[in-house]
Design a protein around this ligand. Structure first.
Ligand code: BGC
Length: 668
């Protein structure tokens, strides 16, 4: 190590453990290089010296990146944001977030990938590699169980060990394979202990079990007790707090922490400084290229949910665009993820006309529930009636940090604009700007088309136009279930009380819950339409070893359009001796399949695809028995199926007893 901890005094070491301002580490009076950190997940959000946010490329939010199901695009996303970081002297990007979408009410769902740990972790890993390959560090956040914003600083999130490991830690475990330089601990207590003080979670689990090797930074203001957090192996307290240093000093003087514990925390910071100094920072995209990357990701992250023959648009028809102003689209949610772009948006109708389509627009602003649709919709309905089709730009209630949503419905008046418009025109297409799942029960049957735009960054209008016109064949699929209503969700409408949120649904989160109860949903996890029609056939599962399998199958594009198809591989444990989800996503692939062509797709499954977390042993366990491999284009479809029987090579018979029906029963 270049920096020798022995050359630092105790006072200097303690000073280094607390940020020097909102975004920097201390330089110890010029002895060390300072580290500059900045948000955030969907573009650089750097606060300049004047306190203003600098402009950067506004990329699609991670919820949209997740809807691409495209590992290369997650990597490209990271690479693009890193260029803005390099250009602005940012050393560590405070992203990505991999918290699981436990409820659609969570105000930060737009910052997170999915309800499924494998999808979230796999894409986060690529994003981290993308950023760090450019010499910029990342901060994997918010570790952990920060699944709602309501009273995030106080509510203890409580869940059992199996659920913690199978659902909530899993995306961290997968993303940690990319060696993020830092992990950010969340505000909330976990099982009664604040994360910043939680030695078991920050040290024993994060380091020893999940294999994290970098530095732990607190979420901004998450440290409640300076010396306890040192004991818990948290290195950096952000941002600066004037009592931060004194509190740690007092803890040391009172014998609550040792110098060795302080050194351990300091060493991680010194290692990070060295990483920052040694990294070769590179810019590879021009500003225009970064914008084009934003368009490319948005195009694949927008999901076509309904299309009763209205898309792509027809050059011989007349379209009327109404709803929210398409010249100022919602491109991100609020809070620390809200970056600022200087990109100048054009109205959708003008863009469509440039492509040879016939579109006019009458943009009314219906962003909240206070605008009377009648006063802003008089002439609109006339124009709707005179057109062949209407495109409605619809904003759902905005998602933002530090707030949860109260409902997953659109504002009543906005629903009314949709249903009223449908009375005047039978070809209504909704462009839905939303940060998480929406209950569409009030209007879905009346409209002919729905494109889930999400918060798709500064490339959003180009991406929409390319999809509407058919230049781009939509290929996004949902990374979260759209339930029929909020009351159908595993968490329903409320948290337990103001102190504790018990994760009562256990491992049955997202599609695992709807599958278990055989509940109908509006749109299932993994669902998304295309202008192509794909069919699956010829599934073959080749055994490579007792626990490694190669799964291959054909996908045929039965259409005149070239198109990309996301294929999803689920595993069902047929003979488990404890309750397991009906099926779980274990792999996926996204492939371009030319019109009328067939492609053979191959993916691999290893032991992790079959294990569950055995609480009694505090570890993962592979149980002998039958498993089904299910392959298809959504979590609810006509799957191709294959059966395999696994006998684990190393089977610890001493801890198990066989019962008559052939199931293994734990003898623990
Ligand atoms: C957020 C983090 C963010 C940090 C710095 C916190 O309030 O939870 O995600 O990185 O602020 O802005």
């Amino acid at each position: 190590m270049k920096y020798d901890i022995k050359k630092l005094t105790l006072d200097e070491k303690i000073e280094l453990l607390v940020g020097v301002d909102t975004w920097h580490t201390s330089s110890l009076n010029g002895k060390l290089r300072q580290i500059r950190m900045s948000d955030g997940p969907n573009g650089l959000r750097k606060e300049g010296d004047d306190g203003k946010i600098v402009s950067s490329t506004s990329m699609p939010t991670l919820s949209v990146v997740a809807n691409t199901w495209n590992k290369e695009l997650a990597y490209l996303d990271g690479q693009t944001i890193a260029d803005d970081c390099v250009e602005n002297d940012v050393d560590v990007l405070l992203a990505p977030g991999v918290n699981i979408k436990r409820t659609p009410l969570n105000g930060r769902n737009f910052e997170y990938f999915s309800e499924d740990p494998v999808l979230a972790g796999t894409l986060a890993k690529e994003y981290i590699l993308g950023v760090q390959d450019k010499g910029v560090g990342t901060s994997l956040k918010h570790y952990c169980l920060n699944n709602r914003e309501i009273d995030r600083i106080a509510i203890s999130n409580e869940c059992d060990e199996r659920t913690l490991n199978e659902i909530y830690l899993k995306p961290f475990e997968i993303a940690i394979e990319a060696n993020p330089w830092t992990v950010m601990c969340s505000y909330n207590p976990v099982n009664g202990v604040y994360m910043a003080d939680n030695k078991e979670m920050l040290n024993d689990v994060l380091r020893d079990k999940l294999g994290f090797k970098g530095m732990v930074v607190s979420d901004w203001g998450a440290v409640k007790n300076g010396y306890k957090s040192v004991k818990a192996n948290l290195s950096l307290r952000m941002p600066f707090i004037d009592f931060g240093v004194d509190e740690i000093k007092k803890g040391y003087e009172d014998g609550k922490i040792t110098e060795q514990e302080i050194d351990e925390a300091v060493n991680y910071i010194l290692e990070l400084i060295e990483k920052v100094e040694n990294s070769k920072k590179e810019i590879s995209f021009t500003k225009d290229e970064r914008h084009n990357n934003a368009v490319k990701i948005a195009e694949e992250g927008i999901v076509l949910l309904k299309n009763d023959g209205v898309l792509p648009l027809n050059k011989n028809k007349k379209y009327f665009i109404n709803g929210d102003d398409s010249k100022s689209p919602i491109i991100t949610g609020g809070g620390s993820a809200a970056c600022k772009t200087d990109y100048k948006f054009k109205r959708l109708d003008l863009m469509l006309n440039e492509e040879g389509f016939n579109a006019t627009s009458d943009q009314i602003i219906i962003r909240d529930d206070f605008v009377d649709y009648i006063t802003c919709g008089h002439s609109s309905f006339k124009k709707a009636y005179e057109s062949d089709g209407v495109i409605l730009v619809i904003n759902a209630p905005i998602n933002a940090e530090a707030h949860d949503l109260e409902s997953i419905k659109l504002y009543k008046r906005i629903e009314k604009v949709i249903t009223e418009t449908c009375k005047y025109n039978e070809n209504v297409i909704v462009l839905l700007f939303a940060g998480s799942a929406i209950d569409m029960s009030g209007w879905i049957d009346k409209v002919k088309g729905v494109l889930l735009v999400g918060y798709a960054g500064e490339g959003v209008n180009e991406a929409i136009v390319n999809i509407l016109t058919g230049k781009t064949n939509p290929s996004g699929k949902l990374s979260e279930t759209f339930p029929l209503s909020l009351s159908d969700t595993p968490t329903g409408e409320d948290v337990d009380n103001l102190m504790v949120d018990r994760y009562k649904e256990g491992i049955f989160v997202g599609y695992r819950y709807y599958d278990m109860l055989k509940k109908d949903v509006l749109f299932p996890f993994g669902f998304g339409l295309s202008y192509s029609n794909f069919s699956y056939s010829d599934l073959e599962v080749k055994k490579l070893s007792e626990t490694d399998y190669e799964v291959s199958y054909n996908i045929t594009n039965n259409s005149d359009y070239d198109g990309k198809e996301v294929s999803e591989i689920y595993v069902k444990d047929v003979m488990a001796s404890l309750s397991r989800p009906e099926k779980e996503l274990k792999a996926f692939s996204k492939d371009l399949i030319k019109a009328h062509q067939t492609k053979r797709v191959t993916v691999k499954l290893d032991k992790k695809a079959f294990t569950y977390y055995l609480t009694a042993k505090h570890t993962w366990f592979l149980e002998e028995g039958y498993f089904e491999i299910l392959v298809g284009g959504s979590s609810r479809c006509n799957f191709l199926k294959a059966k395999i029987y696994i006998t684990p090579e190393e089977y610890d018979f001493s801890t198990h007893t066989v019962v008559k029906n052939g199931f293994w029963l734990y003898n623990l």
